[in-house]
Design a protein around this ligand. Structure first.
Ligand code: FAD
Length: 462
């Protein structure tokens, strides 16, 4: 029986980051992973492979739509789907091997297999039981199914199947207009599929700033995605090669059926805690199946902590990572902290969409006095040069103090631009602080500065 200071169960961005930080803090650490490679959902079947396909399909879009305008003439590239998949798999391999290297470097034992917790202080992997002063559960999440819809991962797929389809479908129906559905839908639309998104609510990406939502839907529609909103899917009937999706429009109860080669069910994810033995241990869970934790990621059972998608909060890799680092500090007797008010959210379509902090709708509802500074990428020289002038930056600041309360960006590199505002918010900066900071020209980030200027005396280029 081996003895550890910490055993982390799950090697996704929450678990592997936690294990590395624990080891860096001098704790004898092991990480249990049942998958054949490290890195969890994120590296194997989530963030990384989806971004590889988004990147490749975006390059095709640029070649088809913008190259000739810049004087780059000749035949547009054709799609070699097998090679695109090989590229994606290679990217996954490089990343998962990278975590293996980091584990070796930090002397973290990878306990291969599925772990369970027979009692506090013990983790069972296969036939072996290991002792640990602290156990950190980082077992992540899995797709949540729609009742009555059977997933075969061939014709009716979750995001996992959608990342590895044998061929590009002619017609794809995406059920659910959230981040994952729209990212993968836009990949296949760019690769030539007819993509129809069916969403229960009356808007896409619920919870997002309303103005951004409208612009986002318009731009995706321009790229060929079609949207059926306010529609409740009733059934999906599939054969080995085709499917029929029947939905009912909520406004008038009328029913319609559409045919598809592939149906992507992207209706959200739920925590994955199967097989851990949490019931028998008496670990408290929420009604949504999340492990309940306190402000220090401790469960109600002494010595057992939980982080990432398995607990409450946004299901994002960087949220899991931050919790992983923070809980490592806690078990090492230090002070771990995560500022849940400043966690950015990004959609990696083209244009990208990024947000942090409050939305205008939330501020209105809270009755908070605020001001809005908005700047369109049409006024940004770099964006115009790069055929990337669709979209805008919107900064929300307190009406009296000018303190930044939130920001919403739709446009080129929005997922990177948002971090300037995250840092500003962490420092409690005002919009004027951003507006008075010199920004290099010509960069997309000038649009952030202009939006900050728009919170005060006004932007220059609009
Ligand atoms: P996970 O990454 O889910 O890892 C959990 C690991 O635990 C898994 O490897 C699992 O095998 C292992 N495990 C579970 N139970 C056991 C057990 N009993 N014993 C041993 N091992 C076990 N987030 C972003 O921030 N940005 C993105 O761009 C993004 N894109 C995404 C795209 C897709 C298609 C999907 C599906 C998700 C995406 N996400 C993205 C979400 C992101 O992947 C998750 O938020 C993140 O992976 C959660 O990390 P985690 O460490 O909590 O769990």
């Amino acid at each position: 029986m081996s003895q550890y200071d910490v055993i982390v169960i799950g090697s996704g961005p929450g678990g592997y980051v936690c294990a590395i930080r624990c080891a860096q803090l001098g704790l004898k650490t092991a990480c249990v992973e049942g998958r054949e490679t490290l890195g969890g959902t994120c590296l194997n079947i989530g963030c990384i492979p989806s971004k590889a396909l988004l990147h490749a399909s975006h390059q095709l879009h640029e070649a088809e739509h913008n190259f000739a305008k810049m004087g780059l003439k000749g035949k547009s590239p054709s799609v070699d789907w097998k090679q695109m998949q090989a590229y994606k798999d290679d990217v996954i391999g490089q990343n998962t091997k990278g975590i293996e290297f980091l584990f070796k470097k930090n002397k973290i034992d990878w306990l291969k297999g599925w772990g369970s917790i027979p009692e506090a202080g013990k983790v069972k992997v296969g036939d072996e039981v290991h002792e640990a002063k602290n156990i950190i559960i980082a077992t992540g999440s899995e797709p949540s199914a729609l009742p009555g819809i059977e997933i075969d991962e061939k014709v009716v797929v979750t995001s996992e199947g959608a990342l590895s389809l044998p061929k590009i479908p002619k017609k794809m129906v995406v059920i659910g207009a959230g981040v994952i559905g729209l990212e993968l839908g836009s990949v296949y639309a760019r690769l030539g599929a007819e993509v129809q998104v069916i969403e229960f609510l009356d808007q896409i990406t619920p919870g997002m700033d309303g103005e951004v939502c409208k612009t986002f839907q318009r731009l995706l529609a321009k790229q060929g995605l079609s949207f059926t909103l306010g529609a409740a899917v009733q059934s999906v009937e599939a054969t080995k090669t085709k499917a029929k999706v029947t939905y009912k429009l909520r406004k008038d109860d009328s029913e319609a059926t559409v045919d598809a080669d592939v149906v992507l069910v992207a209706t959200g994810r739920k925590p994955y805690t199967d097989g851990l033995g949490l019931d028998a241990l008496g670990v408290e869970m929420s009604e949504r199946g999340q492990i309940k934790t306190d402000g220090h990621w401790a469960t109600n059972v002494k010595g057992i902590y939980a982080i990432g998608d398995a607990i409450a909060g946004p299901m994002l890799a960087h949220k899991a990572e931050d919790e992983g680092m923070a809980v490592a500090e806690v078990v090492a007797g230090k002070h771990g902290h995560v500022n849940y008010d400043v966690i950015p959210g990004v959609i990696y379509t083209h244009p990208e969409v990024a947000s942090v902090g409050q939305t205008e709708e939330a501020l209105k509802e809270a009755g908070r006095a605020y001001k809005v500074g908005k700047f369109s990428f049409m006024g940004n020289g770099r964006a115009k040069a790069n055929f990337a002038a669709d979209g805008f930056v919107k900064i929300l600041a307190d009406k009296e103090t000018d303190r930044i309360l939130g920001a919403h960006i739709i446009g080129p590199m929005a997922g990177d631009l948002i971090h300037e505002i995250c840092v500003a918010m962490e420092f409690g900066a005002s919009a004027q602080d951003l507006a008075l900071t010199c920004h290099a020209h010509p960069t997309y980030s000038e649009a952030v500065r202009e939006a900050a200027l728009a919170c005060g005396d006004g932007p220059i280029h609009s």
